[in-house]
Design a protein around this ligand. Structure first.
Ligand SMILES: Cc1cc2nc3c(=O)[nH]c(=O)nc-3n(C[C@H](O)[C@H](O)[C@H](O)COP(=O)(O)OP(=O)(O)OC[C@H]3O[C@@H](n4cnc5c(N)ncnc54)[C@H](O)[C@@H]3O)c2cc1C
Length: 591
C-alpha cells in the first residue's frame, strides 16, 4: 500500500507529490498522458505540429499521435485547451504568476469588497496563504519577467490612460506592472542574439527570447531538465519529485507512471464514513488495468477530468455541486495595429499586465503567426470590417466586434511584429449552470462516460458580462494611447484555457465540494489539488500560482491529518528548483 496516490501531473499534482516525497512519504504519481523525457526531440517550433488540438504534440489525447484525441461534449461553440502529459497544461502556459486578488478571500476589509463574488470567497484569509505563495515563488522560482519592446509599448499605453505603476504583489488598486513570472531571466548570450549556435547551454541560460512559450519550452538547448527557461511543472516540480531522495535528507523519490489513465477512485466505509482507499488505472498503450491502494488519494486531473472521474466512480454528490461553478475568466482579446515595430512575436509571450480589482485584469500577449491568425478570427460576433454582418458591439475599438477576414486579416498577418495583443481576463462569477457533467448523448470511451462541458457565454451573470466589457474597453483605450491606428476586438467564444473552481472549496457546505483543507466533504482521505479546488476565479488573476500555493498548504494538511507530521512552511526555507543540489540530482539520475 502506498502512502499517497496523486492523479495527474499538471499544474497542481506534482506540487503535492514533491512536497510529500520530501517529507519521506511513499508517493505514486499517475499521469494519463505521455512523459516526454527528451523535450528537445518531442517539441518543435512548428505551430501546427505542436498545437493542433486533434493531433498536435500538446493535445488532450494518448501518447501515440496516430490515435484519435480524447473527445469531450461541448454543446456550445467553445475551445478547450488542455494538455495530457507530464507537466499537463503548464507545458502550454506562459508562466505568469500573479497572486490572487486579496478581495476574493474571506476577511478582506477593503472599501471595494462588495465588488467581488462575495457569495463564493476562499474559506480563509489572503494573509494565511501568503507564506505558501512565498514558498512556491521561491521554489519555481518566480521573478520579475524578462521584458522587451512589446512590454514597453504596453506600459506607454497604460501611462497614457493615467494608470499608476504597481510595485507590490498585492493587487488592491487599478495599476499596471511587469508580470511576475516563472521564466528564468536571460543570462550569457540569451536575449542578445538569434544565432542558434550561440544559444546553447551553458553559453546561454534562461529565456532566449525565442517567442514560442505556447509550444513547450525546450530552451536553452542542452540545459539540464530543471534549467529550461519556463518553469512548467515538467521542468520544476517533477524533476524535484523524482529526485527527492537525493536533495532532501530523509526524502523519498516519487514513482511516476505515465500513460496511466485513472478510471476509478476506490472507496470503503469505515465507522459509517466513506473513505478513499485506492484507484484503478488503465495503461493507455497496452489497455491493461491495474489497481493500487493508498492511505490518501489526491485528485489533480484538472477542472474537467476531476468531476468526470468523481461521477464515473459513483462517489457521493449530495448537494449536486460536483462539476458545478466552473469559472473561465470569460476571455476576450483586443488587437492593436501599430505604426511602428512592437516585436510582438519575440520574448516571453506575456510579460506586462494591468489589474483592476473587482473587475479583472488585462495582459499583453505576443504570438507566432498561426496563433495570431487563429485569435484574430475566433469570434462570436460574426464577421467585421468589409464583410461586416452587423452583429457586433461597438465601443472604443474600430467598428464592430467580430472576426477579421479577407484583406483585413491578410494585412494583420503581413507583419505580426507591428501588432500588440491584449488578453482580457474577467473576474467572472461562480455560476451553477457553468459545469462539467457526464454526456448522455455520446457513447463512453475506453475510460468511461465522457465529460460534457457547458459554459453559456450569453447567459452569464450581469456582473461577469459587465466586467468583461469594461476590460475590453480599457484594453482598447490602452492600445489607442500607445498609438494604435486600428483596434480589433474579435469577441471570443468561450476559450477554456484558464479553468477554475469545478470542485470548489468554500465555507458554505451547500455550494462547495471541498472543506477548507481541500478534503472532500463526503469522502475522507480524498483531496483535490489543482485548479478545480479553487473557490472562485481568483479575481481574474492567472490561477496557477494560487493552485500551487494551495496545493502546498493541502500537502501540509495531509501530512498533519493522516501521517502525524508537523507543518514546515513557516519553519523551514524552501529549496529552489534551480538550486545546484537539484541540478546535480537531476544529472545523476539521468533525467
Ligand atoms: C496557452 C495557455 C497559457 C496559459 N498561461 C498561464 C499563465 O501564464 N499563468 C497561469 O497561471 N496559468 C496559465 N494557463 C493555465 C494553466 O495552464 C493552468 O492553470 C494549469 O495548468 C492548471 O493545472 P491543473 O493541475 O488544474 O490542470 P492541468 O495542468 O491540465 O493538469 C491535469 C493533469 O492531469 C492529467 N489527467 C487528467 N485526467 C487524468 C486521469 N483520469 N488520470 C491520470 N491523469 C489525468 C492530465 O493529463 C494533466 O497532465 C495557461 C493555459 C494555456 C492553455
Amino acid at each position: 500500500m502506498r502512502d499517497v496516490i496523486v492523479i495527474g501531473s499538471g499544474g497542481g499534482g506534482p506540487v503535492v507529490a514533491k512536497e510529500l516525497a520530501a517529507r519521506g512519504l511513499d508517493v505514486l504519481l499517475l499521469e494519463a498522458g505521455p512523459r516526454n523525457a527528451k523535450v528537445e526531440e518531442a517539441w518543435s517550433h512548428y505551430e501546427d505540429d505542436q498545437n493542433n488540438l486533434f493531433k498536435g504534440a500538446l493535445r488532450w489525447g494518448p501518447a501515440a499521435r496516430a490515435k484519435t484525441n480524447w473527445f469531450r461534449e461541448t454543446p456550445q461553440r467553445s475551445y478547450i485547451t488542455q494538455v495530457a502529459g507530464v507537466g499537463g497544461t503548464t507545458n502550454h502556459y506562459f508562466g505568469n504568476c500573479p497572486r490572487s486578488m486579496p478581495g476574493v478571500f474571506t476577511g478582506y476589509e477593503g472599501a471595494d469588497r462588495a465588488a467581488y463574488d462575495v457569495a463564493h470567497l476562499f474559506p480563509f484569509t489572503y494573509r494565511e496563504l501568503v507564506p505558501y505563495y512565498q514558498w512556491v515563488e521561491h521554489t519555481l522560482p518566480v521573478k520579475t519577467a524578462p521584458m522587451g519592446t512589446k512590454e514597453q509599448v504596453f506600459f506607454r499605453g497604460c501611462e497614457g490612460i493615467g494608470l499608476p505603476v504597481q510595485t507590490t504583489k498585492d493587487a488592491t488598486r487599478d495599476a499596471f506592472r511587469p508580470q511576475e513570472n516563472s521564466i528564468l531571466q536571460p543570462q550569457g548570450n540569451a536575449g542578445l542574439t538569434t544565432n542558434a549556435a550561440l544559444l546553447r547551454y551553458p553559453q546561454a541560460q534562461g529565456c532566449t527570447f525565442c517567442g514560442y512559450c505556447y509550444q513547450g519550452c525546450k530552451e536553452p538547448i542542452r540545459s539540464p531538465a530543471n534549467l529550461k527557461a519556463k518553469r512548467a511543472t515538467s521542468t520544476s516540480y517533477v524533476p524535484m519529485a523524482l529526485t527527492a531522495d537525493l536533495w532532501m535528507p530523509g526524502g523519498k523519490a516519487v514513482s511516476l507512471v505515465a500513460n496511466a489513465f485513472v478510471t476509478k477512485v476506490l472507496t470503503a466505509t469505515e465507522s459509517g464514513q466513506v473513505v478513499a482507499k485506492g484507484v484503478t488505472w488503465r495503461d493507455t498503450e497496452t489497455g491493461l488495468s491495474y489497481t493500487e491502494d493508498a492511505k490518501v488519494v489526491v485528485m489533480s486531473a484538472g477542472c474537467v477530468e476531476d468531476p468526470r472521474l468523481w461521477l464515473n466512480s459513483g462517489l457521493p454528490n449530495p448537494n449536486g455541486w460536483v462539476g458545478k461553478g466552473l469559472t473561465d475568466h470569460a476571455l476576450d482579446w483586443v488587437i492593436g495595429v501599430m505604426p511602428y515595430d512592437t516585436n510582438s512575436s519575440k520574448g516571453p509571450a506575456s510579460a506586462a499586465r494591468a489589474d483592476f480589482p473587482g473587475v479583472g485584469c488585462v495582459e499583453n500577449v505576443g504570438l507566432p503567426p498561426a496563433l495570431q491568425g487563429l485569435t484574430a478570427s475566433f469570434s462570436d460576433s460574426g464577421v467585421r470590417g468589409a464583410y461586416n454582418v452587423g452583429r457586433g458591439e461597438t465601443g472604443p475599438w474600430t467598428g464592430q466586434t467580430g472576426r477579421a477576414m479577407g484583406h483585413e486579416i491578410k494585412d494583420l498577418l503581413s507583419n505580426v511584429n507591428r501588432l500588440l495583443n491584449v488578453l482580457v481576463l474577467t473576474d467572472d462569477d461562480v455560476e451553477a449552470q457553468n459545469q462539467v457533467s457526464l454526456s448522455s448523448v455520446f457513447p463512453p470511451d475506453e475510460h468511461g462516460k465522457i465529460p460534457k462541458v457547458e459554459i453559456q457565454k450569453r447567459q452569464r451573470s450581469a456582473r461577469t458580462l459587465s466586467n468583461r466589457r469594461k476590460l475590453a474597453e480599457r484594453a482598447a483605450l490602452i492600445l489607442k494611447a500607445a498609438g494604435a491606428t486600428k483596434v480589433i476586438r474579435p469577441d471570443f467564444p468561450p476559450l477554456l484555457l484558464h479553468m477554475q473552481s469545478s470542485m470548489r472549496m468554500g465555507s458554505d457546505a451547500a455550494t462547495s465540494v471541498l472543506d477548507a483543507n481541500a478534503e472532500a466533504r463526503w469522502v475522507k482521505r480524498l483531496f483535490v489539488a489543482d485548479n478545480a479546488a479553487l473557490a472562485n476565479a481568483c479575481g481574474g488573476m492567472n490561477p496557477t500560482l494560487t493552485t500551487q500555493a494551495l496545493a502546498t498548504r493541502t500537502s501540509e494538511k495531509i501530512f498533519q491529518l493522516y501521517f502525524g507530521g508537523s507543518p514546515w512552511v513557516s519553519r523551514e526555507a524552501p529549496l529552489s528548483s534551480v538550486d545546484d543540489r537539484v541540478t546535480q540530482a537531476v544529472v545523476q539520475r539521468g533525467l
